[in-house]
Design a protein. Sequence first.
Length: 456
Amino acid sequence: MRYYPRSLFWQIVWAHLATVIIAALALPLLVSYLLQSTGTRYQKRVLSHQAQAVARGLVADPGHGWHVNLDPTLGALYAAGYDGRAYAVVDRAGRALAVSRNVVGAAASAAPHGGRATFFRAGNVEGLSVPVRRGRTDLWIVMTQDMDNPEVVADDIVEAFLFRFLLCLLPVLLLLPIINALLIWRSTQAVLRVSRRAAQVDPTHLDIRLSSAQLPVEIVPLVDATNQALDRLEAAFRTQSEFIANVAHELRTPLSLLRLQIDGLDDPARKASLSASIQRISHVVSQLLDLAALEQLMIGAEEMFDLAVVARDVVAALAPMVFEGQRTIALSGSEGPIMVAGRDTLMSLALTNLIDNATRHTPKGTHIEVVLGADGSVAVEDDGPGIAAADIGMLQTRFWRADHARSDSAGIGLSIVERIVSAHEGRLSAENRSTGGAILTIGLNRITRFPSVRLA
């Protein structure tokens, strides 16, 4: 079961959010620990230094016990006792021999009497016990710090710092994923733009190349490799088209010579059979030339024509051929102009191939009808045997033939139609009539609003 998004954008966003949450929880704890440990080390260092100062100033006062002589600054600090600091000089029994103001007796008594300096805590008092020896007397200098004293600022500093630290940290942590998300979104949008551009590449737009501007540097090599592949593909298509055109042109001359030789034959039956074969070969050659010319077809966005006029002209031009083949043809459907986007000569070629295809794949006596649709479509219907269900999806495959025994068109006719329809951004569909026969429909983009023309 997948618990993470497949989108790279959201994977990075969620990773940043998780990082922010962990940082928001861990950083205050870490900072608090560092501040506390730093404050503790600083406090211990201060107590140690002042214990040394007390030890240096500790002298025996004959008749008055022990006395501590401190420098004026430190002496004034302990004399005031305003910050909760105090010291006491005690003997092994814990009796205070010399004390400063505000000394906490319980803490001084609880101080350890070991052989080395020892830090300790007694209630709300932290202290340091340092052993010293004067003559034959063992003494301990006890330095204390009252942690509840209002003047003790270590904990207050920590608390105030953490509060302000969080006030500064939280906006930064919230802003960080937003900035990262914007940067990631910008990068992904650039990738999406290139993807949409790549989706426009097809046999009619092999000149399209992908731009690497604003793309992450990691993706630029992929874009460059894709452009190089498109260069090779365009060159291959151009070579193929030139080859087909050259072959078709080279076949025309010998076909013309064969036609002249056949015309000179005395045997009518043999002459008719050979003429029909030459006619079929000439038809294939003409279709090859048409197909080669269509490989790099480009149609301007401003081109348009009347589909009704094209259909009427094509039916009129092909009617004698259809009647000669003992079939009938008619034009029906929407009346009036049907303006569509595209080029009339190309659509005339496409419709010619559809009607030619109907005459070649139906028996004699078949009725062919060209039906105009008000939506910008034109259909060629017949009442012949129809199309096998398994073959309907293959009709637009180049050079595919339903009847492999026939060799008069090599499947080129429908490839030409498909190529022209694709250049018009239209639709080519095939189906069978419920009453028998086939329907091949071309759907074009009808123009309902025309650009205004400014008169001089």
